[in-house]
Write a protein that binds this ligand. Structure first.
Ligand code: EPZ
Length: 413
């Protein structure tokens, strides 16, 4: 992707359904034979991968616009390695296969550039519910009839919470998760499982889910708060005026609070957020944390924005051990950033210059697009497949906001 920088973005962009709500929703289809309809699903590579996972397990899937129709009986207990190694979220099929078929064989998801990303909390939780789990040659072999119980999570892991909710939806005695993740995407999965027939109650530090006679249902996923945050930061870094529509403003509070603190103007109503960026904006201090804290998935994009702030900023990345792939690339564009342990220390500079850069993961790629939008000259971002995994129609949406952006086929990989 090539971005010619230096122009303020302005206008309105419609936000797609949330990738990280769609991925667990697709896996929930494994719990029932009846049809499951998922509306407002984004057409993303990761979503296509998750669809091919449930197809490989026996489901029939077809799209109608942005609605996914899933039906048929999951018969296979074996998840294909080429899918699970490609995308971590496919590991969520372990719990549903186990409760439906009494066994499941799922390859361990690979780590990725942002960290080793273990799944020990998933496995410990399922063991607590009676599963026999062993790992041989990189494949998780689980078997047994699951019973209810209480699972305490030492860390409010999104994936582990979703894994246990998906299994718990089919366990009559009930599963209590203490210290669960509270991300909006987890709440959306709860809403889906409840409409499929599970009984759910939760208080401030625990969720209780009781399995019932599960049925098919129709579900519309929530808007993608990370996509929305990315476009707001695109408006801020280019001193533009950007409106994101079809969003839940409450899901963006941590970002909008920090943007206001740095000097941007934010207004919102029930389903839009409007931002007006003005130079200079000031540096801020922030740390990433589980929801409702500042989302780690917007940390790279915020790093790009603060690279052009007046003064210093510190961003503490507390969720992943090494989510810094974007820093080296931003340095090549003239940013002044140093890393000290989990802290990203940023000295604001007057300008960034376009360069040849490479995306190392979805959100690092988004950060480089934002930097390119504000830089002098052209920025060539390789690793487009990372962006395709997480951003639907990104060029079209950016062009709609007035960005000069295009895609070049490159011969060199
Ligand atoms: C989900 O990943 C998201 N992915 C991530 O978004 C997001 O960054 C992350 O939550 C945090 O919000 C999807 O929802 C598909 P975690 P997940 O389990 O479930 C450690 C994107 O760009 N951990 O909350 O993997 C883990 O190593 C992606 O859309 C364990 O130690 O996140 C990490 O340090 C990137 N053991 C921390 O917890 C475990 O068993 C948070 O991980 C599980 C996790």
């Amino acid at each position: 992707m090539v971005v010619r920088g230096g122009r303020p973005l302005s206008g309105r962009v419609e936000i797609s359904g949330a990738k990280n709500a769609t991925l667990p929703a697709i896996v929930a289809s494994l719990l029932v034979d009846a049809p499951l309809v998922i509306a407002h699903a984004p057409r993303l590579r990761d979503v296509e991968t998750q669809v091919s996972l449930v197809e490989s397990l026996g489901k029939r899937v077809h799209w109608e616009g942005s609605t996914i129709h899933i039906s048929g009986e999951a018969v296979a207990a074996e998840a294909p390695v080429e899918i699970v190694s490609r995308m971590r979220a496919s590991f969520l099929c372990l719990g549903p296969l186990l409760v439906r078929l009494g066994e499941a064989h799922v390859p361990l998801p690979g780590g990725c550039v942002i960290g080793t990303r273990p799944v020990d909390l998933h496995l410990e939780g399922l063991r607590k519910l009676g599963a026999e789990v062993e790992v041989r040659e990189g494949v998780v072999h689980a078997r047994g009839k699951l019973h209810g119980g209480q699972v305490w999570l030492r860390y409010p892991s999104v994936g582990a919470t979703e894994q246990l909710l998906l299994a718990g939806a089919a366990i009559a005695e009930g599963v209590e998760i203490v210290n669960p993740a509270r991300e909006p995407e987890v709440m959306d999965l709860l809403r889906l499982l409840s409409s499929m027939g599970a009984e759910i109650s939760f208080s401030e530090d625990r969720i209780v889910i009781r399995g019932g006679e599960l049925r098919g249902t129709e579900h519309q996923v929530i808007p993608d708060r990370i996509e929305a945050g990315t476009y707001l930061l695109a408006g801020a870094i280019t001193e533009g005026e950007v409106t994101v529509s079809g969003v839940r403003p409450v899901h963006l509070t941590a970002l909008t609070a920090k943007l206001e603190e740095s000097g941007a103007e934010i207004t919102s109503n029930e389903e839009i957020v409007r931002l007006r960026g003005t130079k200079p904006w000031s540096g801020v201090e922030v740390e990433t944390a589980p929801y409702p804290g500042f989302p780690t998935d917007l940390q790279p994009q915020l790093t790009a924005y603060l690279a052009l702030a007046q003064g210093r900023s510190v961003i503490w990345e507390r969720v992943f051990e090494s989510r810094f792939g974007h820093v080296g690339e931003l340095l090549r564009m003239g940013a002044r950033i140093t890393l000290q342990g989990q802290a990203i220390l940023i000295e604001g500079v007057e300008e960034l210059r376009g360069a040849e850069v490479r995306a190392t993961d979805i959100r690092a790629g988004a950060a480089l697009v934002l930097a390119g939008l504000a830089a002098q000259g052209e920025t060539r971002i390789r690793g487009l497949d990372h962006l395709r995994r997480g951003y639907e129609n990104m060029e079209a949406k950016l062009a709609q906001l007035g960005a000069e952006v295009w895609v070049e086929e490159t011969s060199v990989i």
